[in-house]
Ligand binder design. Structure first.
Ligand SMILES: Cc1cc2nc3c(=O)[nH]c(=O)nc-3n(C[C@H](O)[C@H](O)[C@H](O)COP(=O)(O)OP(=O)(O)OC[C@H]3O[C@@H](n4cnc5c(N)ncnc54)[C@H](O)[C@@H]3O)c2cc1C
Length: 387
């Protein structure tokens, strides 16, 4: 179908990727964002090769390589600094045909805003509901204004308002049982080599650093915790010192170096797989459709895959918008549900839901061959729309 008008709710990485893809398909696109100043949640993100392939297809290959870190290796270490396994990622890249790039979220957001046209994102527009008739779909905003197009894309994140229209019920996020702290620090050799993604694991917790552009590390910590805890920024370094007491020296160095006032502290949630991702002319995309725990590093990559598949069916089929959306759902529902459940299982293993299973996993890490690790990651990447 040519000449459609799309209304996108949310200017996160899903909404922006969809906006860029649909514009390139020749559509008129309006993106509406509730915040008055865009600020990405979280400090960094690892974009695996399936996400990078989508960006390549959108013409952003050089831009992402310029802001991405050089992640050539992966290392698992015990919390007492025993090397558990070491993986050269060259074999993965050879198998899937593209590198992964960890990036700072602000750099990624700026890259995407520039590609879409920053002034074209309508800020301070909180969508409160959506409706449709035979010929069009309309988003209604808090200030009473409306936007009408041929299609509405609900890329409004885990707390989506569009989702209740699509599924016909309220779906609450599920607390995954752990807290994540994340931020950026300047790279330095007392933390890690600047081409390695290092992950320290032990006691059902983890601490990790990966290189991003600008000679920095994106770091994160994770620890199981009951729901509803909160700690003021000034006390967050002390909190991490206590939780990670006795861990390897680079982890201690990281805790000393991080800026507690720039440290994000998040309770991690996901969504149970939804019965449907589309209704009529209205589609969910990204976290609104399938928010996942970040233990496979695939949430954002899946939002990008959604954008590619959705724009492809809209352009290449001609029966109706609703028909194209059903085809999109047909290609995306199972893949995203499987990844959410796989990440959930991995989360439980990493964060000690069952101590015996977590201990077995630590043993398994020691026994794993490089090929086992790269094959497992490649399988996820190659399950996407761009093989
Ligand atoms: C700690 C952590 C680490 C992660 N690491 C990775 C990783 O390494 N790799 C990876 O691929 N993924 C990762 N993810 C997942 C990734 O961040 C998300 O999947 C991705 O950000 C989803 O993008 P989105 O655009 O769908 O949603 P969001 O980024 O949540 O964007 C939604 C946008 O919609 C706006 N909005 C919300 N409601 C409304 C409304 N009513 N009206 C208008 N606008 C609205 C919001 O303000 C926001 O700008 C991680 C997630 C977390 C929490």
């Amino acid at each position: 179908m040519y000449g459609l008008k799309a209304i996108v709710i949310g200017a996160g990485m899903g909404g922006l990727t969809a906006g860029i893809a649909l514009r390139q398909a020749g559509y008129q696109v309006e993106i509406y964002e509730k915040t008055s100043k865009l600020r990405p949640a979280g400090a960094g993100i690892s974009l695996w090769s399936n996400g990078i392939k989508i960006l390549n297809k959108l013409g952003l290959g050089k831009e992402i390589a310029a802001i991405g870190g050089q992640m050539n290796r992966m290392e698992y270490r015990s919390h007492t600094d025993e090397l558990l396994n070491h993986v050269d990622l060259a074999a993965l890249v050879a198998k899937v045909g593209e590198k992964p790039y960890p990036v700072a979220r602000t750099d990624l957001q700026q890259m995407m805003l520039t590609a879409f046209g920053e002034s074209d994102v309508r800020l301070g527009m909180r969508c409160v509901s959506v409706k449709e008739d035979e010929d069009s779909a309309t988003a209604i905003f808090e200030d009473g204004s409306t936007a009408t197009g041929d299609i509405i894309i609900g890329a409004d994140g885990i707390h989506s308002v569009v989702r209740s229209y699509v599924t016909g019920k309220e779906t609450q996020p599920r607390y995954a049982g752990y807290v994540n702290w994340n931020g950026l620090v300047p790279a330095s050799p007392d933390l890690a080599d600047n081409d390695v993604w290092v992950i320290y694991v032990g006691e059902g917790k983890r601490a990790s650093m990966m290189p991003v552009g600008g000679n920095r590390f994106y770091f994160f910590f994770g620890c199981p915790m009951s729901e509803g805890t909160s700690v003021e920024p000034e006390n967050r370094r002390a909190e991490l010192k206590e939780i990670f007491a006795g861990w390897a020296q680079p982890v201690q160095n990281l805790i000393e170096k991080l800026d507690p006032y720039q440290l994000n502290r998040l309770e991690i949630c996901d969504l149970d797989p939804l019965p449907n991702l589309v209704k009529g002319r209205i589609a969910l995309l990204g976290d609104s459709a399938h928010a996942t725990t970040p233990t496979l590093g695939q949430g954002g990559c899946q939002a990008m895959e959604d954008a590619e598949v959705l724009s492809r069916f809209l352009v290449t089929t001609n029966l109706s918008v609703a028909d194209a959306l059903l085809r999109y759902q047909g290609e995306r529902k199972e893949r995203t549900a499987n990844l959410v459940l796989k990440a959930r299982k991995r989360t439980d293993t990493i964060y000690g839901k069952n101590a015996e299973i977590t201990q077995e996993w630590y043993e398994q890490l020691k026994a794993e061959e490089e090929k086992d690790v790269t094959d497992a990651i490649a399988k996820i990447i190659l399950g996407g729309p761009l093989r």
